[in-house]
Design a binder for this molecule. Structure first.
Ligand code: HEM
Length: 412
């Protein structure tokens, strides 16, 4: 855990990258992003990377074919490689098309793209509504519940499980695996976290092996995994990595979008009144949440060759960290950027789903789920209130609530 001490020391010396990585991940990161913005468009960190908060630069780099991706674990900079008993712990998401470059990226993305086209999404609209209703029914009748654990996490887990063809999805295990994998993007703090990561990786892989085996014997109708196992030229590694990517990307992000949107609504009486008055506002609230408080806060690209960017020579392989959450509040693009204003005319310019060839495949599904969740939640519980302290997840890459107690205001 040497990396963590180097980061601490550099943060004390004022290094901008170390200040970001050294931030308490449960604290509000936006003031630090503004300090970074004041330092320039492309800022060098002694940790061996560059950072940008500029919307213009982020969107051009994300679409620049001279730049490629890095394994997600490299995002952490802090202790990115975890070794246990001399062996490297490999997260299959780190081998998925999220972090592959063309032509492998193109080949694998194309295989699963049909489920996410407008037509594919229309086919899932009823499932989404049904799943939302089911968990609202479960929450109803209880005067209080945890918005994340009992609702925001359940909806996307069930939707993606249905899409992939997972029979009887075990929410608690999914949530545990997803949390361990995603929290590890920030680097692993102690042996307890290493153990949790190792256990989750093992359990997840065993579960995926069983699922694949099951779908080979009993193909489902129209689900992703049944279609993938029917592809004879797909290796086991690609099959596992693609399925795991869809599962983890499918719920670990959307849960936070729903949670962050509800937080915004509960914190702003005007937005709340607007949503209660016209449930169709849910789409605009979701879009503004994506801009104002995006679940994925940053991503990284590296140049394939030495390249000049914004007047700076970047040697081949130098990571550039694009702070999406800061680009989404760039005053050059967004008027009054820190205000939460659903329906703002510049709102769709945000980079919450990235841009270019890695543009989030599930963007349409995430928008649909989050809007249905908000409409359903405030339709059913118009008096919904926070009922205690909201705790943030201990992650800088992913922003969302860990605990979010609410009361429905219903009396029985
Ligand atoms: C990629 C965000 C929901 C599947 C990405 C990327 C971002 C992102 C930022 C690109 C990362 C990069 O460029 O380095 C989000 C957010 C979501 C969400 C904020 C919810 C609020 C979903 C859902 C699914 C999904 C529901 C699928 C069911 C994917 C996949 C990729 C991806 C497969 C990889 C695309 C590629 O590399 O070509 N997502 N995502 N995401 N997302 Fe999402």
């Amino acid at each position: 855990f040497l990396g963590r001490n180097v980061v601490r020391l550099q943060a004390l010396l004022g290094d901008p990258g170390a200040r970001l990585f050294g931030l308490d991940p449960t604290r509000d990161p936006y003031p630090e992003f503004e300090r970074l913005r004041r330092r320039g468009v492309l800022v060098r960190s002694r940790l061996g990377l560059y950072l940008t908060t500029s919307h213009e630069l982020c969107s051009s780099l994300l679409r620049d074919p001279r730049f490629g991706t890095l394994p997600a674990s490299a995002l952490s900079v802090v202790d990115p490689v975890v070794r246990v008993d001399g062996r490297k712990l490999v997260n299959p998401v780190d081998e998925s098309f999220l972090v592959l470059n063309p032509p492998d990226h193109t080949r694998l993305r194309r295989l699963v793209a049909p489920w996410f086209t407008p037509r594919g999404l229309r086919a899932q609209a009823d499932t989404v509504e049904r799943v939302v209703e089911r968990y609202l029914d479960e929450a109803a009748g209880r005067p209080s519940f945890d918005l994340v654990r009992d609702f925001a996490a359940r909806v996307p887990i069930q939707v993606i499980a249905d899409l992939l063809g997972v029979p009887g999805a075990d929410h608690a295990s999914f949530a545990r695996w997803g949390r361990a994998l995603v929290n590890a993007l920030d680097g692993v703090r102690d042996m307890g976290e290493v153990r949790a990561l190792r256990t989750s990786l093992r359990e997840f892989e065993a579960f995926l092996d069983d699922l694949i085996e099951h779908r080979r014997r009993v193909p489902g109708e129209g689900d992703v995994v049944s279609a993938l196992v029917a592809q004879e030229d797909l290796s086991r590694e690609d099959l596992i990595a693609t399925t795991e990517l869809l599962l983890v990307a499918g719920f670990e992000t959307t849960v936070n979008l729903i949670g962050n949107a509800v937080l915004a609504v509960l914190g702003d009486p005007e937005v709340r009144a607007g949503l209660l008055d016209d449930p169709a506002c849910a789409e605009a609230v979701v879009e503004e949440t994506l801009r104002h408080d995006p679940p994925v806060q940053y991503t990284v690209r590296v140049p394939f060759e030495t390249t000049e960017v914004a007047g700076t020579r970047l040697p081949k392989g130098t990571p550039v960290m694009m702070v999406i959450a800061a680009a989404n509040r760039d005053p050059a693009v967004f008027a009054d950027p820190h205000r939460f204003l659903p329906g703002r005319p510049d709102g769709r310019e945000h980079l919450a789903f990235s841009s270019g060839i890695h543009y989030c495949l599930g963007a349409g599904l995430a928008r649909m789920e989050a809007a249905a969740a908000l409409r359903g939640l405030f339709g059913r519980f118009p008096d919904l209130r926070a009922a205690g302290r909201v705790t943030r997840r201990p992650s800088r890459v992913i922003r969302g609530a860990a605990r979010f107690p609410v009361t429905t205001g219903e009396t029985k």
